[in-house]
Design a protein around this ligand. Structure first.
Ligand code: HSE
Length: 434
């Protein structure tokens, strides 16, 4: 049996989940892996008197983790970019392997932190909580060319869209519920404006397509414009609205985008509800694979953190110098990571859902259709709905055929300028098909 002494930075939900799993499943881990996890030291800005630290030393200074010679591995569970990045850098420089659940820091600084790849830095918990998607991309699907990744990778958005659909509750009410249940990030804008999902897609795209960790290359849109009406109209047209991270490789390059998406009601992803996450990977050998599970929560995220810890347990047991010389399988190699060509959002091709608020008068639909037609946009389906709260106007709801983004943008600009339009036109892209 090998002892692995861990130092934990942070004492929030995920750190407490780690302590819970070590306490309840520690012996199971020993029998399964031969590794006994010992929580050696915990560092957190604030003490939590009610939490069982499993006998670990406690300090308020994060640097104590790196300085403690009895800490073999550091778990960075504080989140954010500033102190977390500094801690990861100093731990790696000291030859201590790091496990992090921090998607923001990897999405923004992954290339730099992983350069060299000598001391392990792993981050299974950074994407889709409990789902072992990083391991699946790095190992399980290593023999495949990845063609596409579609992910429901923000539990808060998925929870909100599900409750809006099932209970007909308005956006703001459901956001308060999600926050009360502890699903939302400290700053809920990260969830509802798509930033959290974009951090995660940045990581999936880097691993799936061998490109750089380039958060700024993504197109990002959140769910703040989605209403219960849109969810209902989409349902009538045979779709569910999901907030998706989409990375698709084609001859034109790599598309990386995060936005609300109409998914056919019969698609596998359409049945993933509530706080659950799911990642669908399309590859040449394995075909379509779907990974699903809880994307947030203390114990679920801790499960992924500890999977990483146990994965290099034997390496650390061999001694720090071995650890420092070993090539980390979870990282890119020391070679500079290429930035592969990305498809600009203006060039992305997709069908679109349009909710167009117009005055209710003869000839209006003909005018909308002729404006779209002038841009060679073909209509696939259309319904007309009463405009809630207004007798004088209606919603014309259209699904278009496939159309290039810049063309829809031009058509929407022209439509919006017509005097028959009485509010903002909502556009939601339809999921690509494979
Ligand atoms: N706020 C995140 C979510 C937590 O809702 O998915 C996990 O990253």
């Amino acid at each position: 049996m090998n002892k692995l002494r861990i130092g934990i930075a942070g004492l929030g939900t995920v750190a407490q989940g780690v302590l819970h799993l070590v306490r309840t499943n520690g012996s199971l881990m020993v029998s399964r892996t031969g590794i006994e996890l010992v929580v050696q030291r915990i560092a957190s800005r604030s003490a939590k008197p009610g939490v069982d630290l499993l006998g670990a030393a406690f300090s308020k200074d994060l640097h104590d983790l790196v300085a403690d010679p009895e800490v073999d591995v550091i778990l960075e569970l504080i989140g954010g970019e500033g102190s977390a990045k500094e801690l990861i850098e100093s731990a790696l420089a000291a030859g201590k392997p790091v496990v992090t659940a921090n998607k923001a820091v990897i999405a923004a600084h992954g290339d730099q932190l992983l350069a060299g790849g000598n001391v392990p830095l792993r981050f299974e918990a950074a994407v889709a909580g409990a789902i072992p998607i990083i391991q699946s991309l790095n190992q399980g699907l290593a023999a495949n060319r990845i063609d596409a990744i579609y992910g429901i990778i923000n539990g808060t958005c998925n929870y909100m869209l599900t409750v809006m659909e099932e209970e007909g509750l308005a956006f703001d009410q459901v956001l308060s519920q999600a926050q009360a249940l502890g699903y939302a990030e400290a700053d809920p804008a990260f969830d509802i404006e798509g930033i959290d999902a974009a951090h995660k897609l940045t990581i999936l795209a880097a691993l799936g397509f061998g490109t750089s960790y380039n958060f700024s290359a993504l197109y990002v849109e959140g769910i703040t414009q989605i209403t219960v009406d849109d969810i209902q109209y989409a349902k009538e047209l045979g779709f569910k609205i999901k907030h998706l991270g989409i990375a698709v490789q084609s001859e034109a390059g790599l598309e990386t985008r995060v936005h609300p998406t109409l998914v056919p009601a019969s698609a596998l992803l359409a049945s993933v509800n509530g706080v659950m996450n799911a990642v669908q990977v399309v590859s040449d050998g394995a075909g379509e694979t779907l990974f699903s599970g809880p994307g947030a929560g203390g114990a679920a995220t801790a499960s992924a953190v500890l999977a990483d810890v146990l994965s290099f347990g034997s390496l650390v047991a061999a001694g720090p110098s071995e650890a420092a010389q070993s090539q980390d399988q979870g990282a890119h190699s020391a070679v500079a990571v290429p930035e592969i060509s990305r498809v600009a959002m203006d060039d992305v091709l997709s069908a679109c859902y349009l909710r167009i608020p117009t005055i209710d008068r003869p000839g209006v639909f003909a005018l909308v259709a002729s404006t779209l037609s002038a841009h060679s946009i073909s209509i696939e389906a259309v319904i007309q709905k009463e405009h809630p709260g207004s007798d004088a106007s209606v919603f014309i709801v259209i699904i278009t055929d496939m159309v290039v983004e810049s063309v829809v943008n031009a058509a929407l600009t022209e439509l919006s300028a017509l005097d028959i339009i009485v509010g903002e036109i909502i556009r939601i892209r339809v999921a690509p098909t494979h």
